[in-house]
Design a binder for this molecule. Structure first.
Ligand SMILES: *Cc1c(COP(=O)(O)O)cnc(C)c1O
Length: 359
């Protein structure tokens, strides 16, 4: 048994992969693979429509939002967002809560003159924390506020949606579908697929329709939200296989009980691991409790000389991809929807034994 804690591309539900394997050479009795037919074939379009409907059901997406299945993963939208909904001389607000926000900010600066960082992570007595929204240095006339609800590298999350009177844009790459959210509080939600949706390269964009009207002429057409909305995400050939797998993941999520069930599962898994870390002086996590991610949990060994041995022995027990991001060091356990609670139990059990052996 292998438990794959990779941050992304990450594990997918085994039953989804099995189904894809079974129908790889003959999809829906066509005698050919889903990869080998036209994206404009009615049978393929039917699949994409079901995928959109399933996503709408899962996230309770209101009717005045468009759902796009686009190219370029998460990062493509770091530049697509400012190009689509801000003019070159606009002011835009960004929360800087970690590595991914930082990259999004750098990208936005290429397209918009005034990129204002409203707040950044600060050290507090309880650990690293995002300053309260009431203390953010908001601009008076921002075209939008961008934030990343779950910083995948740092393991920092913001559970409160900032409602500040401008369109809220959220990079949900590593927490989309992990818990119910109120879509109506957002202007744009985007996510690279490879953490909680499907294979890499695909991205999902959920955009409030009034923001489509403000689109800028200069946007590269493939990344133009208005064009893609009008063309049902088929202005150019979509990543047909990734879209199909995403559709299967959505069906799987519905069968599991939807996002309420996922939220419960994700709480259970992360609590097990944080409890283990908090009850030990051998492991530590440096994030303040209110900002701890339930998806990506970085932890460090008090003695980093043991890192290599920890990783080797974990791997021998089938616990793989626990090495932390190079920016943070130590370990990181990513536990997206497809990860069962048994994986968290197995990891905690291993960590407890490793601590005993090396304390
Ligand atoms: C992984 C990730 C990205 C980057 O996704 P790509 O598909 O590699 O572009 C962006 N934002 C967040 C929060 C991520 O976790």
């Amino acid at each position: 048994m292998i438990y794959n804690f990779s941050a992304g591309p990450a594990m997918l539900p085994a039953s989804v992969l099995k189904k894809a394997q079974n129908e790889l050479l003959d999809w829906q009795g066509l005698g050919v693979s889903v990869m080998e037919i036209s994206h404009r074939d009615p049978i393929y379009i039917q699949m994409t429509e079901a995928a959109e409907q399933d996503l709408r059901d899962l996230m309770a997406i209101p009717d005045n939002y468009s759902v796009l299945f686009m190219h370029g993963g998460g990062r493509a939208h770091f530049s697509a967002v400012p190009q689509n909904i801000a003019s070159a001389d606009a002011t835009v607000d960004y929360l800087n809560s970690g590595v991914w926000s930082d990259i999004a900010i750098a990208e936005a600066r290429k397209y918009v003159t005034h990129v204002n960082e409203v707040a950044k992570v600060a050290e507090t007595p309880l650990g690293k924390a995002i300053p309260p929204i009431s203390e953010w240095a908001l601009s008076k006339n921002a075209a939008y506020l961008h934030y990343c609800p779950n910083e995948t590298v740092d393991g920092i999350a913001l559970y409160e949606v900032p409602e500040v009177g401008v369109p809220i844009v959220a990079d949900m790459s590593s927490m989309i579908l992990a818990e119910p959210i109120d879509v109506s509080k957002f202007g744009i939600i985007y996510a690279g697929a490879q953490k909680n949706i499907g294979p890499s390269g695909l991205s999902v964009v959920i955009i409030r329709n009034d923001l489509l009207a403000t689109q800028q002429e200069r946007v590269c057409t493939v990344m133009n939200y208005k064009v893609q909305a009008e063309q049902h995400s088929m202005y150019n050939t979509p990543n047909t296989f990734a879209w199909y797998l995403a559709a299967e993941v959505f069906k799987w999520l519905k069968a599991q009980g939807g996002l309420e069930a996922m939220a419960e599962l994700n709480r259970a898994k992360s609590s097990l691991l944080y409890e283990c870390v908090d009850n030990s002086s051998f492991y530590r996590n440096t994030i303040a409790p209110q900002n701890r991610s339930r998806m990506n949990i970085p932890f460090q060994l008090a003695d980093s000389n043991l890192d290599t041995l920890f990783l080797e022995q974990a791997r021998a027990e089938g616990l793989v991809a626990l090495k932390g991001h190079r920016f943070v060091g130590g370990m990181r356990a990513s536990m997206y929807n497809a990860m069962p609670v048994d994986a968290a139990k197995a990891l905690v059990d291993f960590m407890t034994r490793f601590e005993k052996a090396h304390k």
